[in-house]
Every structure is written in C-alpha cells, then in structure tokens.
Design a protein around this ligand. Structure first.
Ligand SMILES: NC(=O)c1ccc[n+]([C@@H]2O[C@H](COP(=O)([O-])OP(=O)(O)OC[C@H]3O[C@@H](n4cnc5c(N)ncnc54)[C@H](O)[C@@H]3O)[C@@H](O)[C@H]2O)c1
Length: 245
C-alpha cells in the first residue's frame, strides 16, 4: 500500500516504538492518529509528526469502536500498545496486573482489529501488530507477557485469511529488546549493575529498526499472516531466551 495521504492509527503512539512509527508515517505523508491512554504523550507525538492525538484505553471495546469511528476512512492500523508485568516473578504479579496485561496486549488488540476490520471492509487496509520475540520463544522471566505475545502471534497468523478475504492484510513484528521507555524503566534493568546494563545496551535494537519492518509490512502487498523476528542477533533457539534481566 502506498502510504502517502493514507489515514493511520497507531496505538501506544505516545512513546517508544509507537512514537517512532508515527514519526515515520508522518514523514511518508500519512495522516496519523496518535492513540494512547496517556493523552499528553499522544499530543507530544502528534506535535512531532503533524498528526492528531486521541486518548484511548484499548481494553475498552467502546473506546476502540469510538476511535475507529472518529476516523473517516481508516487505511492503516498499528496495534502496538502494550505493557510488561514488571513484577519480581510470576507468583508476585498482582491479579489486577495480570488481567490488565492480557486485556491490553491481547484482548484490546483483538477488539481494535475487529472495529478496524469493519471499517476497512470494502476498501481494504493494512494492520500491523506488535508482538515480541517472547511470543515466538517462551520467556521465563515474564510468562504472562510471553503468553500474551504468543497469543498475538497466533492471532495474527490465524485471522490473516479471514481478513485477506476482506482485502485486509495483517502481519506481526516480533522485536527482541528495543531501546524505549519500556526497557529503560524496567525495574529489572534498573536493578542491574553498570556492567550488566552495558551488556543489555549492546542487545538493544533501535525503535527505527522495528519501524523499518512495520513500513515494509504496510508497503508490500504480498505479505500477510507473517510474524517476523527483529533483533540484534538471530532468533534464540528454543530454551535459550535470556533469563537474567
Ligand atoms: N521495548 C521492547 O524491548 C519491546 C520488545 C518487544 C516488544 N515490545 C512491544 O512493543 C510495544 C511498544 O512497546 P514500547 O517499548 O514502545 O513501550 P512504551 O512503554 O515506551 O510505550 C507503550 C505505550 O503504550 C501505551 N499504552 C499502554 N497501555 C495502553 C492502553 N490500555 N491503551 C492505550 N495505550 C496504552 C502507553 O501509554 C505507552 O505510551 C508493546 O506492545 C511492547 O510489548 C517492546
């Protein structure tokens, strides 16, 4: 799909990968709707990319529907809002955080996909989901996050044919560690020694490297139902995901 003059919604657009996507889409001439539950952050991104800000909590089906409805003709959706448990381990994750994480990372993504697919039916469109390497390989440090992202990978692959029948392509990016506020503010990373932190720093990819793949998924009309890893080194073998963060 040609990006110029297309209308694009980016969730989690107020920060990190979402903000970088908004900036690139703006440079390529898209009309960007920066959707985030943090309205101030969304406004800041909108100011940087010449887009508009929209406050949304993707865990609400009503808010997802209203977001899509607020846009006249939706062409592109980047389902990118997400969060970690940020708990010490699986056992100490508060129940409300477990539910919030699954609702944000997985259910919310499905709800917005449904709303967007209704709006795109007839004219077609493109959806890009942000999954994670932890959706391709089990990540022992945050099993709840890992399961939610595996859900995103399988949802993307499973729903691709039904969407394609409506001329909508869906793909997923699966990044390893990315240099964003999510990693910078992670209690686990903050607790590391300077030497350990330097090692982590060497593993980080830049948000723009993830955006390169998002843009390819939007532009290349032959791609659908793909879940593509992006990271500093190759996809870790089964059982070799980092344990020490
Ligand atoms: N940073 C990494 O290392 C990394 C690696 C793989 C995948 N990811 C995924 O990439 C995506 C973006 O991560 P990031 O690193 O840019 O994080 P980030 O914390 O910098 O940005 C996430 C944004 O999502 C927004 N958000 C959270 N919950 C929301 C909700 N319910 N409704 C609307 N907006 C909400 C936040 O306000 C924030 O602006 C996430 O899905 C994350 O899981 C990140």
């Amino acid at each position: 799909m040609e990006i110029k003059d297309r209308v694009a919604i980016v969730t989690g657009g107020g920060s990190g990968i979402g903000r970088a996507t908004c900036l690139r889409l703006g440079e390529l001439g898209a009309r960007v709707v920066v959707a985030d539950m943090n309205f101030e952050a969304a406004q800041e991104t909108a100011g940087l990319c010449g887009g508009s800000a929209y406050q949304v909590d993707v865990t609400s089906s009503e808010e997802c529907a209203a977001l899509v409805h607020s846009v006249k003709k939706l062409d592109i959706l980047h389902n990118n809002a997400g969060l970690l448990t940020n708990s010490e381990d699986f056992f100490s994750a508060p129940p409300e955080r477990v539910v919030k994480l699954v609702n944000t990372n997985l259910a919310g993504l499905m709800l917005l996909t449904q709303a967007a697919a209704h709006a795109m039916t007839g004219r077609g469109g493109v959806i890009v989901n942000t999954a994670s390497v932890s959706g391709l390989r089990p990540w022992p440090l945050d099993p709840i996050y890992s399961a939610s992202k595996a859900g995103v990978v399988f949802f993307t692959r499973a729903v691709a044919e039904q969407l394609k029948a409506r001329k909508i392509r869906v793909n997923a990016v699966c990044p390893g560690l990315v240099r964003t506020p999510m990693t910078a503010n992670s209690p686990r990373i903050l607790a590391l020694t300077p030497e350990q932190r330097q090692k982590v720093g060497e593993m980080l990819v830049e948000p723009d490297e993830v955006v390169d793949v998002v843009i390819e998924f939007i532009q290349d009309d032959s791609l659908f139902g793909e879940a593509r890893f992006i990271g500093k080194s190759g996809l870790p073998p089964e059982g070799k995901m980092i344990r020490g963060l």
